[in-house]
Design a protein around this ligand. Structure first.
Ligand code: HEM
Length: 246
């Protein structure tokens, strides 16, 4: 399927660095810092341009308006940090998880058929796909502020803890039936630093699945699932390509 939209303005400026940072494994500290600094230079430029141009209300303009409000806690630097975080976290994650979701549906034709018969079930399926197929193993590293015991494991203040939602999402005590709503999965993490893009991700996945079911009724994998290469360029888990026919 071809994308007929023009590429986002500035794409050449940020995309190579975004891809470097999301796949940082194997790079030197200097390479990682150079990519980060490039995005940190780009973000204030983007903000300044948004301020200068009259344009549609968007998240950046909304946050900038808030940062100009007398007494606001949000600063212009915070808005720039938000842009950098979004550029890193908001691109390959959804792209790759779309591949995961489609691969899962195409290798479970009975489930695909059920969704085609009852598209109202797509939002529930989206959350189940987020739970069932781990895009990433771990979330941000947390540091314990006080001593506590969790499921018999003693954790002391100052200990680093790496939550593994991929494992929690397969907890047989929590996930017992398939048609669960709400779905208490932890694919987006938990707490104040849980994924900012969760709503966007849910919406995008639902739209992709719906359009695919409507436009390509005969879609199927063009190569056996077992032979598909996995993307080794990022710590995210997803097929590197997904050849299909219809
Ligand atoms: C399938 C897609 C995605 C998954 C599975 C995912 C998952 C996660 C996870 C597990 C975290 C860490 C949460 C924690 O440490 O507790 C996170 C953080 C974050 N995500 Fe996502 N994400 C996805 C897509 C996106 C998108 C599309 C955006 C932006 C549009 C985004 C923006 C962010 C940001 C900014 C953070 C850092 C939040 C913070 O530290 O306060 N993510 N995401």
């Amino acid at each position: 399927m071809r994308d007929h939209r023009p590429p986002a303005p500035g794409r050449d400026r940020y995309l190579p660095h975004t891809l470097t940072l999301i796949g940082a494994a194997g790079l030197s500290r200097d390479e990682i810092l150079a990519a980060l600094h490039a995005l940190q230079d780009y973000a204030p430029e983007l903000i300044t341009r948004k301020e200068a141009e009259d344009g549609e209300e968007d998240h950046i303009r909304m946050l900038l308006a808030e940062s100009r409000r007398p007494g606001a806690e949000l600063t212009r630097d915070d808005v720039a940090s938000f842009v950098v975080a979004m550029l890193i976290a908001g691109y390959k994650t959804n792209m790759q998880h779309t591949g995961n979701a489609l691969l899962t549906l195409l290798t479970h034709p009975d489930q695909l058929h059920r969704l085609r018969e009852r598209p109202a079930g797509i939002p529930t399926a989206v959350d189940e796909l987020l739970r069932h197929v781990p895009l990433m193993n771990a979330t941000n590293i947390l540091v314990a502020e006080e001593d506590f015991t969790l499921h018999g494991q003693r954790i002391r203040a100052g200990d680093a803890v790496v939550p593994v939602p991929a494992s929690a999402n397969r907890d047989p005590k929590a996930f017992t039936d398939l048609a669960r709503t709400p779905n208490p999965h932890l694919a987006f993490g938990h707490g104040p630093h849980a994924c900012t893009g969760a709503h966007l991700t849910r919406m995008q996945l639902a739209v992709v699945i719906q359009v695919l079911l409507e436009e390509l009724p005969g879609i199927e994998l063009a190569e056996p699932a077992e032979s598909l290469p996995w993307d080794e360029t990022t710590p995210l888990r997803a097929p590197a390509r997904l050849p299909v026919r219809w």
